[in-house]
Design a protein around this ligand. Structure first.
Ligand SMILES: C[S@@+](CC[C@H](N)C(=O)[O-])C[C@H]1O[C@@H](n2cnc3c(N)ncnc32)[C@H](O)[C@@H]1O
Length: 401
């Protein structure tokens, strides 16, 4: 064990065993609901009560990880174990449920979770009635996942041959690690562990292969016949899932799944209309990030009865009010060419103080712009910096509730 009591440090397998001992489990149960207590005061109280200081530190850290993980796992987090990295990398339960649904819908009954982490995806597979074969190369993560899943987790490198043990009718799931051992985030799909090429090779042997990849996946890396599905949760694009073989929907190359306040809506690339470009109208619509990543803005524009403000910019405009579950809508109050002086004097005339800056297709730094504007008025405003048919422009807008 390393680090001071109460800090979020990396645990080892002996720590996991200590936490799962009767004394560890009793202390974890006692600590449930203490996350608001000052960590120093809590450590002192536990020492006074005669708890082993090392175990108290471990349990305190674990209880804080559980509290943090509740945002992804819900109340179930209170009975799971976490590593700090495992909690951070875990799939949100609402998204993992879709992963499980794909395998179940394809008639797959057993899924190998190849790099299972603390087990968020495997938990969803189990919830969906599937059998799982969870595997992780990291011994601590495997020990934690064994507790979380209630099934033994194989601790090995998935590139070392386990795929050869799978039958063609089973499923394979990957969620490659996107950080180096030093914690640096990697963006190249070949730099993840395992790399995308290993996922695609596996798909040749195990057709029902799926993978959770970074949202920045370039469209040209999606194999023919596979479906790439971008998901956003409450406005944040969280993943691009790659579905191969029977997991892909026929004719769907790309799709977007938008989860907002628990409700889910979907769009896909079948019969995708080409968006037209035209003058900005009275309303501006900002498509959800998953829709943009999936290249489906044309569908949202068509559904809104609108057009793009620029060939290369993902803003849709309409002349009258329109709404879509896939976009946030704004009423356009003013439109002007971009220029600092003119913008400052107009916003001052409007008595604007706090300003929300949205931007797309411009290099302007919003924080620097805010400082340069030096607004002191009493009204809040939202401005959009973008290109309108090639011209750098600024729009003053207000959200349509
Ligand atoms: C992003 S996490 C998985 C998170 C998991 N899907 C969840 O939702 O809880 C990736 C995991 O893959 C494991 N991993 C990375 N490379 C591996 C390899 N070659 N073999 C086995 N496991 C590997 C890491 O130890 C890490 O726990």
């Amino acid at each position: 064990m390393r680090g001071p009591p109460g800090s979020i440090y990396r645990v080892n397998t002996a720590d996991v065993e200590a936490l799962l001992s009767p004394a560890g489990l009793a202390l974890l149960a006692e600590l449930a609901g203490t996350t608001t207590e000052d960590p120093v005061a809590l450590a002192a109280r536990l020492r006074r009560e005669g708890h082993d200081p090392a175990l108290a530190a471990l349990a305190t850290t674990q209880s804080r990880l559980r509290a943090r993980a509740a945002a992804k796992f819900g109340p179930r987090a209170a009975s799971l174990l976490f590593t700090a990295a495992g909690a951070e990398q875990a799939t949100r339960a609402v998204v993992a449920a879709e992963h499980a649904r794909r395998f179940a819908a394809a008639g797959v009954s057993r899924v190998a979770d190849l790099g299972c982490g603390v087990g968020a995806d495997s938990l969803a597979f189990l919830d969906a009635g599937l059998t799982v074969l969870p595997v992780d190369a990291d011994p601590v993560t495997a020990a934690v996942a064994t507790h979380n899943l209630g099934v033994p987790v194989r601790c090995e490198d998935v590139t070392a041959g386990i795929v050869d043990e799978l039958s063609g009718g089973e499923g394979a799931w990957f969620d490659p690690a996107r950080r180096t051992s030093g914690g640096r985030r990697v963006f190249d799909p070949e730099a993840t562990s395992p790399p995308l090429s290993f996922v695609l090779t596996t798909a040749q042997r195990v057709p029902a292969t799926g993978a959770k990849l970074a949202p920045g996946l370039p469209h040209d890396l999606v194999p023919v016949g596979a479906e790439a599905q971008w998901t956003s949760v409450d406005g944040e694009v969280v993943e691009c899932a790659l579905w191969c073989g029977p997991l892909a929907r026929p004719g769907v190359a790309r799709s977007a799944r938008v989860v907002r306040s628990g409700s889910v809506v979907e769009l896909d690339s079948r019969d995708l209309p080409e968006a037209t470009v035209g003058e900005v109208g009275s309303f501006l619509h900002e498509p959800d990030g998953a829709v943009i990543r999936a290249g489906l803005v044309g569908r949202v524009a068509a559904d809104l009865g609108g057009r793009l403000v620029d060939e290369t910019i993902a803003y849709v405009t309409t002349d009258s009010a329109a709404s879509s579950e896939f976009a946030r809508s704004f009423r356009v109050l003013e439109v002007m060419p971009f220029g600092l002086k003119a913008l400052r004097s107009r916003l001052r005339a409007l008595d604007v103080g706090p300003v929300t800056v949205k931007k797309r297709g411009t290099a302007v730094d919003p924080d620097q712009l805010r400082r340069q504007l030096a607004l002191k008025g009493s009204r809040a405003a939202t401005i959009v910096l973008t290109r309108l048919r090639g011209r750098q422009s600024v729009l003053v807008v207000e959200p349509v509730s």
